[in-house]
Design a binder for this molecule. Structure first.
Ligand code: NAP
Length: 256
């Protein structure tokens, strides 16, 4: 219950899905948690639920593609909670599921803006607070799609591959500042993103879910909590020797 005592964590895209599970587990482990999202209704409801349980969480509206908003919100989080020592770059979109030759420039850019530039903006404006605190852990949500390929969502694959290497570069740049940076690579986790993505396949929803589950040697999809526990480890001092690494949580998907 106290693995994250003293930590202040900002979780982007924290209102639903994997982000919401990360928020819950980090708050339960003693962190003061800032939920950053553009879904105000769900974000505020989650903050309220955690406060009712005696835990510490606040919601901020924050679109990660807006640099000024990102800076203002992260500064406010640090003012409110006294510091900022953990950043979970979780906000992401899967984008259009079309082959490369059918994609427009705009469709390509939308995905890179959220999944890549959003990680850049949040990292850029979290680092000064972590330097001031003398400690930090940045956790970037990449994907199995940032490690291996599949014949779908080309802009998403590109974005998650970028996040994997941005992680390693920042791990090297900030190691001397005691700021660790790691990436997490989930397999398919049942969230609104995956539900919507499977609709783009044109298959019957139950069939699509079953076919996707079978891609994982364990025989089923993952749950948001499977990822949340990995992020708790990376945010905690239990992982103090871990930086620049790739935590793969995928039911064996990439082990083949
Ligand atoms: P999700 O269910 O779609 O939730 C993502 C949250 O991020 C939503 O609340 C979304 O708000 C928010 N968001 C999107 N764009 C944003 C922006 N510009 N600024 C702030 N918030 C924004 O996604 P998820 O499945 O939990 O995925 C979370 C992360 O894990 C993503 O980076 C994803 O790529 C990665 N991941 C997921 C899976 C999986 O199987 N689920 C696998 C590998 C990696 P809106 O609803 O308004 O868009």
């Amino acid at each position: 219950m106290d693995r994250l005592n003293g930590k202040v964590a900002a979780v982007t895209g924290g209102s639903v899905g994997i982000g919401a599970a990360v928020v819950r587990r980090m708050a339960e482990e003693g962190a003061r948690v800032a939920i950053l999202d553009r879904d105000d209704h769900k974000g505020q409801a989650l903050a309220g639920e955690l406060k009712d349980r005696g835990l510490t969480a606040n919601y901020w509206h924050c679109d990660v593609t807006d640099e000024q908003q990102v800076k203002r919100v992260l500064d406010e989080v640090a003012d409110t909670f006294g510091s900022l020592t953990v950043l979970v770059n979780n906000a992401g979109i899967s984008g259009p599921n079309k082959p490369t030759h059918e994609l427009s420039e705009e469709e390509w850019d939308i995905v890179q803006n959220v999944n890549v530039k959003g990680v850049f903006f949040c990292t850029k404006h979290a680092i000064p607070h972590m330097k001031k605190a003398g400690i930090g852990s940045i956790i970037n949500l990449s994907s199995i799609y940032g490690l291996i390929s599949a014949p779908d969502v080309p802009p998403y694959h590109a974005s998650k591959g970028a996040v994997r290497l941005m992680t390693k570069t920042d791990a090297l740049l900030y190691a001397a500042d005691k700021i660790r940076v790691n990436s997490v690579h989930p397999g398919f986790i049942w969230t609104p993103m995956v539900e919507n993505h499977l609709k783009t396949t044109g298959m019957d929803p139950e069939k699509a879910r079953q076919v996707t589950a079978e891609l994982h040697p364990v025989g089923h999809l993952g749950e948001p909590d499977d990822i949340a526990w990995g992020t708790v480890y990376l945010a905690s001092d239990e992982s103090k020797f871990v930086t620049g690494s790739e935590l793969v949580i995928d039911g064996g998907y990439t082990a083949r």
